[in-house]
Design a protein around this ligand. Structure first.
Ligand SMILES: Nc1ncnc2c1ncn2[C@@H]1O[C@H](COP(=O)(O)OP(=O)(O)O)[C@@H](O)[C@H]1O
Ligand SMILES: [Mg+2]
Length: 367
């Protein structure tokens, strides 16, 4: 794309006005970067005074270079490593500025490690940060995103593969502004689709590019051909494991397969159901160390989710814990991961471990 195609660009100075009575002045800020549907700017200042605008504050922006003005909103305020604001881009601009959606596949070696639960709640967290998020339920053996979200969709991916429906017919709206492409339960025969069927499915899913900023694909566990295809087709892959030794060995096996297939980006490692920050650090550093020694892939640690009783509780009630328990430890962990995915340069904030007495004691004994 040519530079003149961009209405605003990094380096531009913008004037920021708010309707908030706390911040009546006209502030200026510099555009640091434009990514997906957001604008990263320096903290707005007025005569050397910073405006610490919080998330949700509506702002009017004006580009000093070309006088272009538009309404926006603060998505979040980031202090580390460099203080900056994240502002939402209006949809019309977003289309001009936007690139292809980011496709993230979530996978694991072993089943039951929390992939589906994580996918749903991460999607909602990313949507809260202003992203248009679609989930594809590609666990073609035992698809259950619709079940966990109590959605009762009429159609699913099998209707596409059987050429009975178009992609737009099967998309359903989920909670928290996310969109879901249901997989259809119990259709085991699809778990080993022929290449021709897979190509047809992927070319249909490509239509999502016009609508999505981020597409998250929830796959089944293990190394079936479909799972590998979905992983290799994605921009990034998140390998989920729990601290359980079996789960770790199986996660490593997935990474080995990615390495053999010359997967082109570094897979993210996510530790679920951990007891403490320390447990996460110990295990992830060990996995990364082994991978660095034996694989040519570089693994990045994406973060962790604490084992939290609100997770199964929310799952049983068919609601996302992220929405039902906004202050829960697991929710804060997911928020951290969503931020990390959108701002890879930002350091992962160590979470304050709010585990109960018993797990703290366990940590102390394990030192
Ligand atoms: N962080 C967590 N803390 C406690 N329980 C969890 C956590 N993450 C997932 N679970 C539970 O683990 C089980 C498996 O989760 P699920 O998302 O279905 O895994 P998968 O998709 O990998 O098979 C569910 O009962 C879920 O409630
Ligand atoms: Mg699952």
């Amino acid at each position: 794309m040519q530079e003149q195609d961009f209405v605003i660009k990094p380096g531009d100075v913008i004037q920021v006005k708010t309707l908030s009575p706390l911040y009546r002045e006209e502030y200026t800020a510099e555009i640091l970067s434009i990514r997906d549907c957001t604008l990263q700017t320096s903290m707005p200042v007025h005569q050397g005074k910073l405006a610490l605008l919080g998330a949700g504050i509506p702002v009017d922006l004006l580009c000093v270079r070309n006088g272009f003005s538009f309404a926006s909103e603060v998505v979040s305020r980031v202090f580390k490593p460099n203080p900056h604001l994240i502002l939402r881009l209006p949809y019309s601009l977003c289309k001009k500025q936007r690139q292809m959606p980011r496709v993230i596949t979530v996978t694991s070696g072993k089943g039951g490690v929390g992939k589906t639960t994580f996918t749903i709640n991460l999607a909602i967290s990313l949507a809260e940060l202003g992203q248009r998020v679609f989930i594809i339920d590609a666990d073609l053996g035992t698809a259950n995103i619709d079940v966990l979200l109590n959605l009762h969709p009429k159609y699913n991916l099998t209707h596409i593969i059987n050429k009975e429906k178009e992609l737009l017919d099967i998309i359903v709206e989920g909670p928290g502004g996310i969109h879901v492409i249901p997989g259809g339960s119990g259709l085991q025969y699809l778990a080993n689709m022929e290449d021709r069927q897979f190509d047809y499915l992927i070319s249909n899913l490509q239509m999502l590019e016009q609508y999505a900023d981020i597409i998250i694909i929830d796959t089944g566990a293990g190394l079936s051909k479909n799972v590998i295809n979905f992983v290799l087709a994605a921009d990034s892959v998140i390998v989920v494991t729990t601290p359980e030794p079996h789960s770790i060995t199986d996660a490593y096996a997935i990474m080995k397969v990615l390495d053999e297939h010359k997967f082109n980006t570094s897979p993210y490692l996510l530790l679920n159901k951990v007891d403490s920050l320390k447990e996460y650090q110990d295990i992830s550093s060990k996995i990364i160390e082994v991978a660095n020694r034996f694989l040519s892939l570089k693994i990045s640690a994406l973060g962790y989710i604490l084992e939290d009783p609100v997770v199964p509780k929310a799952n049983r009630r068919l609601v996302p814990f992220f929405l039902e328990y906004p202050d829960a430890a697991a929710t804060r962990c997911v928020k951290n991961i969503a931020q990390q995915l959108l701002n890879p340069e930002k350091e992962l904030q160590p979470l304050v471990n709010n585990r109960n007495f018993f797990s703290k004691i366990k940590d102390l004994f394990n030192r």
